[in-house]
Ligand binder design. Structure first.
Ligand code: TYD
Length: 217
C-alpha cells in the first residue's frame, strides 16, 4: 500500500531474544549475531536483561549481588518483572515502534526457567508480564543448548570462583533451569528455535543466522 513518498510503511522492527543456561556462550553470541546482522544491512539495538535501561540496571544490582538467600522467590520474580517493565517501556518498545530490530540477551523465558524452577508457577510469571510489560513477546527466541553440565564447566572457568547470585547455585538448580527451557521450547515451537551451542563460535553464529533466515529482509 505504501505510496511513492513512503508515508505508509510498516514501522515495526523484529524483536529477537537469546536464551540459555549458564556458560552456553550467550553474551559472546549476542555480540557476534549483532555483527552478522549489521553485515547483512540490518541495524540492531543490542540490549540485555536484567537491565537495559537506567531503572532496570539499578534493579539488576539488587538482583545480582548479595547472598543467594537475599530475596524470596516471590520478591525476586517481582523484581525481574519490574526491571523488565522499565526496559520494555523505555527501550524495547520505542525501538520496535521506530522500526528497529532489537536483540536482547535474556528476556521473559529466563524468568520462566530460573524463577519457575523455584516454585513460582508459569501462569503467575506470565500474569506479571502481562501487567508489567503488556505481555510483549519476542518475534523469535533463540535457545542456545549444550549437553548437561558442559555450560556450567565453561561458566566456572569464566567466573573464576566469583559467580553472581545465580551462577553460585548448584548443578541441580541448573539442571532444573535446562529442563524448564526445554519444556517452554517444546510448547512454543513457533516462537522458539533451539540452536546447538557446541563447536566453533563461527559455526554457532551461522546456526543462529539460519534460525532467523525467514525474518531477514
Ligand atoms: P548475566 O550476568 O547476564 O549472565 P549470563 O546471562 O551470562 O548468565 O546474569 C544474569 C543472571 O540472572 C543469570 O544467572 C540468569 C538470571 N536471570 C534470572 O534468574 N531471571 C531472569 O528473568 C533473568 C533475565 C536472568
Amino acid at each position: 500500500m505504501g505510496g511513492a513518498d513512503g508515508a505508509v510503511r510498516r514501522l515495526s522492527g523484529q524483536f529477537i531474544s537469546l536464551e540459555g543456561g549458564e556458560g552456553v556462550g550467550k553474551s559472546t553470541q549476542t555480540a557476534r549475531l549483532a555483527a552478522a546482522l549489521e553485515a547483512r544491512g540490518v541495524h540492531v539495538v543490542v540490549t540485555r536483561e536484567p537491565g537495559g535501561s537506567e531503572g532496570a540496571e539499578a534493579i539488576r544490582g539488587l538482583l545480582m549481588q548479595g547472598e543467594v538467600s537475599r530475596w524470596s522467590p516471590h520478591a525476586e520474580a517481582l523484581l525481574f518483572a519490574a526491571a523488565r517493565a522499565d526496559h520494555v517501556e523505555k527501550r524495547i518498545r520505542p525501538a520496535l515502534e521506530a522500526g528497529q530490530w532489537v536483540l536482547c540477551d535474556r528476556y521473559i523465558d529466563s524468568t520462566r526457567a530460573y524463577q519457575g524452577g523455584q516454585g513460582i508457577d508459569d501462569a503467575a510469571i506470565l500474569a506479571l508480564h502481562a501487567f508489567g510489560s503488556k505481555g510483549l513477546l519476542p518475534d523469535r527466541t533463540l535457545l542456545l543448548t549444550l549437553p548437561a553440565g558442559t555450560g556450567e564447566e565453561r561458566a566456572l572457568e569464566r567466573d573464576q570462583g566469583i559467580a553472581d547470585r545465580f551462577g553460585a547455585r548448584g548443578s541441580e538448580f541448573h539442571a532444573q533451569v535446562a529442563a524448564a527451557f526445554d519444556r517452554i521450547a517444546d510448547a512454543e515451537g513457533d516462537r522458539i528455535r533451539r540452536v546447538d551451542a557446541s563447536g566453533s563460535p563461527d559455526a554457532v553464529t551461522g546456526r543462529l543466522m539460519d534460525a532467523l533466515s525467514d525474518l531477514l529482509p
